[in-house]
Design a protein around this ligand. Structure first.
Ligand code: BV8
Ligand code: ZN
Length: 264
């Protein structure tokens, strides 16, 4: 079942939200899992958008992988300094605020994100499981010593920026994100599996559901009996797992959802 997004003045057809509202009203444990679409309305491109996507001109494994970084550190580091500029300029939209509000009315809310932009935290979500790390943190590629983000350059376009040298061992500094072929942080991933297995409702927001193991969380939740809601303007690999799909953007559908949940 899916609900079209009201084409007039941004309203979601609230009548279509009913099944989602009634399960949320009964739910104790809710998980919000988010992907790049959650930040699209903050001006941060998603990965797969054709022309403007983060990967439009490059193969992701060339940019978001240890091999890519080793073969051309300046190109990869420059890509992150450009993305860092986008993130620093971004302001969390009303959808992020709706997730914070949902956490206030459903205290057992777990936020799990594939995004590395830190926007859930910046919006005020108290605890966020960052499965793929954060481009707000930097460390040495060799000895893992933390490196301060302040003072790193931000660039207007994705150009070449030579990464600084580690102050402890002279190794190259890299973003503290999870690249392809790298393991996810065990504590965050374990907590995410547990939350998926125990939740009553999972909102799957702004993800194409293609990157593993994050894309398996809704499958695990569904198998454990959770009601899955996809929030995405388009169908994805995960639509089949969803009980309801809200065909709207994160910045519009999430506030509409929380407003309906709080209405008497
Ligand atoms: C690992 C950080 C093992 C860096 C990223 C099976 C099991 C395990 C692994 C694999 C597996 N199969 C394949 C693999 C390998 C690989 C993988 O998944 N490959 C893919 C390409 C098939 N996985 C890995 O390598 C992972 N590591 O498994 O390690 C291991 C274990 C032990 C020891 C060694 C190794 C690591 C994966 C993490 C990679 N890092 N990010 C960075 O960001 O630079 S991935 C990156 O891409 C994102 O974090 C995100 O996860 C992914 C992009 O996906 P989305 O977020 O969904 O974005 P996308 O653009 O695709 O879609 C956007 C959606 O939003 C669309 O649906 C669109 O319609 C929608 N949308 C648009 N606008 C809006 C909107 N929605 C709402 N509102 C809007 N306004
Ligand atoms: Zn070092």
């Amino acid at each position: 079942m899916w609900i079209g997004c009201g084409n007039v003045d941004n309203r979601i057809e609230l009548a279509g939200l009913d099944p989602v509202i009634s399960v949320l009203r009964e739910a104790e444990r809710v998980v919000v899992t988010s992907g790049a679409g959650m930040s699209r309305e903050c001006g941060i491109p998603t990965f797969r958008e054709a022309q403007t996507g983060l990967w439009a001109r490059y193969d992701p494994t060339q940019l978001a992988s240890p091999e890519g970084f080793r073969s051309d550190p300046a190109r990869v580091f420059g890509w992150y300094m450009w993305r860092r500029a986008l993130v620093e300029a971004a302001v969390p939209h009303a959808g992020y605020e709706a997730v914070v509000r949902l956490g206030e009315i459903r205290p057992e809310l777990t936020v799990v994100t594939q995004n590395v932009d830190g926007l859930h935290r910046r919006a005020g979500s108290p605890s966020v499981l960052e499965l793929h790390g954060s481009l707000c943190r930097y460390r040495c590629a060799d000895c893992a010593a933390p490196h301060p983000a302040r003072g790193l350059p931000t660039v207007p376009e994705s150009g070449r920026v030579a990464p600084p040298a580690c102050r402890r061992c002279g190794g190259l500094v890299r973003p503290d994100v999870v690249w392809f072929g790298e393991p996810l942080p065990a504590d965050a991933l374990d907590a995410a599996w547990r939350a998926a297995e125990r939740c009553d409702v999972m909102l799957v927001v702004g993800t194409s559901g293609l990157v593993q193991p994050a894309a398996s969380l809704p499958v695990v939740a569904r198998r454990s009996g959770a009601y899955i809601v996809e929030v995405n303007p388009e169908e994805t690999e995960l639509t089949a797992v969803a009980a309801t799909a809200l065909r709207g953007t994160a910045g519009r559908a999430l506030p509409a959802l929380v407003e309906a949940l709080e209405s008497p």
